[in-house]
Design a protein around this ligand. Structure first.
Ligand SMILES: [Zn+2]
Length: 328
């Protein structure tokens, strides 16, 4: 099934009005039409709209819970949200890694798989605890796999992916996409590097290198799909023809990357819905941290919304609340 037919399928979907949501403009596909597929003879025939569409719940930062009809997929679940000083301009690179087991139990009680974009603490720190509690399999880069194993996840429940894989889980299909991490003002990456073997158990956030970055396209078989990114950059040449219906796009610093948002949205063919993520204060618990990370992010967020509307005027821009559930 082509991306076009998948997208057209989403024409009827709506995004709930949110306190922080930008007033929606017309959805990208105003006239929904049935999906279609190729018949054995090669002609295109309509098929029924898939039932049991997945729903996305924002877990803060770049985290998502995706509920399919039979399974739960997590992306970058980080619900402990310990204080690193980042939001106060007093970042401590040796901040110890801790896990809030109550938050993990409350927000991630069940998972069949965990997809990790990269190995920075605000994406991976809770993953071993969630895997231990749920028995989920962890998918990510080789570095993420080594980190997960160093933090106690069995090698039998770690799967390395590199981008290009299209993984069929029955009720959910996951496409792995090669991606890039954002860069600071010096065009460098925080905690750079990759691992080539299982390290000593990480103790602080500095023990977790970026380890290359992936993004994921998650959807139902033949149904709508969401592009879920964990860092504010992308290898746009790896994105051609993806055409997701929803794009979760990190707002975090992107000034060092030329035309990040326009190039991304144009390559994704201006998704129906663009969700702003990675803008909240992940130094504070869910709910409390439902505010821009710092003053700079407070200015960045409305600029991001304006830029999405300029580049992709038919997209609905959503600035979600913590634990907001969005239809896919
Ligand atoms: Zn990162």
């Amino acid at each position: 099934m082509s991306g076009l037919s998948r997208r057209t399928l989403l024409g009827a979907a709506t995004v709930p009005a949110l306190p922080l949501a930008v007033a929606p403009v017309a959805p990208a596909a105003a006239t929904p039409s049935p999906s279609s597929s190729m018949s054995p003879s090669g002609s295109r025939v309509p098929t029924a709209r898939p039932s049991g569409l997945a729903a996305l719940t924002w877990l803060g930062n770049a985290g998502w819970r995706i509920e399919g009809t039979r399974s739960v997929t997590l992306v970058d679940p980080y619900v402990t949200r310990f204080d690193t000083g980042l939001s106060r301009g007093a970042f401590v690179a040796t901040t110890p890694l801790t896990v809030d087991e109550q938050a993990v139990a409350r927000h991630c009680p069940r998972a069949d798989r965990i997809l990790v974009t990269h190995s920075h603490w605000d994406h991976v720190a809770d993953v071993p605890a969630i895997a231990a509690r749920t028995g989920a399999t962890v998918f990510g880069t080789r570095t993420t796999g080594f980190v997960a194993r160093a933090m106690g996840v069995s090698a039998t429940r770690v799967v390395d992916v590199r981008g290009g894989e299209v993984l069929d889980f029955g009720d959910v299909v996951v496409e792995v996409v090669r991606s890039l991490h954002s860069r600071n003002a010096k065009h460098a990456i925080l905690f750079p590097g990759t691992l080539t073997d299982v390290p000593a158990a990480p103790v602080s956030i500095a023990d977790l290198p970026e380890g290359d970055t992936l993004s994921y396209v998650v959807g139902t078989p033949g149904g709508p799909r969401a592009y879920l990114s964990g860092a504010s950059d992308a290898d746009v040449r790896a994105l051609s023809d993806l055409r997701p219906d929803v794009a979760a796009v990190p707002v975090a610093a992107a000034d060092a990357t030329h035309d990040y948002l326009p190039r991304l949205l144009e390559t994704l063919d201006r998704p129906r819905t663009v969700v702003a993520v990675h803008w909240d204060d992940f130094d504070a618990p869910l709910g409390v941290g439902e505010r821009p990370l710092d003053a700079s992010m407070g200015q960045r967020l409305p600029r991001f919304v304006d830029e999405v509307k300029r580049v992709s005027p038919r997209s609905t821009v959503v600035v979600p609340r913590h634990l907001q559930r969005l239809p896919l």
